[in-house]
Design a protein around this ligand. Sequence first.
Ligand code: ADP
Length: 311
Amino acid sequence: DEVRQKYVKDKRLGEGTYAVVYLGHLKNDPSSSVAIKKIKVNAEYKDGLAMDAIREVKYLQELSHPNIIALHDVFSSKDQNLSLVLEYLPRGDLEMLIKDVNIHYGVADVKAWMGMLARGVWFCHENFVLHRDIKPNNLLIGSDGEVKLADFGLARSFADPNYNMTHQVITRWYRPLELLYGARQYSGAVDVWSMGMVFAELLIRIPFVAGNTDLDQISKICEAFGTPTEENWPGVTQLPNYIPSDRNVPLQGREFFLRQFPIAGPVGAELLMSMCALDPRKRTTALQALRHSWWTTEPKPTKKEDLPRKA
Ligand code: ADP
């Protein structure tokens, strides 16, 4: 095993759907820490998973930014398994913080976490990479409190605008309507929607739109934010899986967002609203989001070293 020539595995950290993760260190530097992610490739899924793994590798290696997990090394063995040596992020993820009732946090903390998320997403998009699976569980926290985008398994370049991309991406609750309607050509706007859903969840500490099925997700989004029509979203009825709605809920405005997310304040609620535009062309971009006045509105974002952390 090639990994063993350079790294030592110390203990198992956890297991995901397609990988086992170990804590390890460089053989010649016992004080170093790395996460070694071994992608499980079983015969049944070999081709698909190998492709995902290769994409993960390709895009991660190109992206170097404080809010994106660093990829130190990649090893593939003869049996087609793949090992990624990643930056070790020991402080869990945003999902753990949201769910832990013993952790108290406020809007200044949310502002700090969202700022780090927005900068990571902006950097990806600036480099023509979509993350496509942004959710609290994929936002890992470094020892210095920095939030980092991880799990680029589904990431893919959108440099070729004519490329038909598979729409079965993004965990359902964080998926925008254009993907649920089967759009094959999409943009960074998908990540911005997911970022909006993370923002909402950080504020209310439960997922804002939690559908049980894709159809349920569609109806819950329409009920919450409004029904898409040709008037408010030109072209929506032409999407492959578009379903006409029997109810016509008007698009929600500022008052709705402020009522649902009072702790965001009027400026924060306005930023959230701009991330939740149903028409992806009307949705804010990561860059526009970063230029929003919410970041400089009081309270200021918490310094990363002062952010609440898991016990
Ligand atoms: P999933 O995202 O499905 O939970 P992963 O395969 O990405 O699974 O990771 C499995 C577990 O390993 C995670 O829940 C996390 O606890 C841990 N882990 C993953 N990556 C890292 C890392 N870079 N640093 C520290 N722990 C990690």
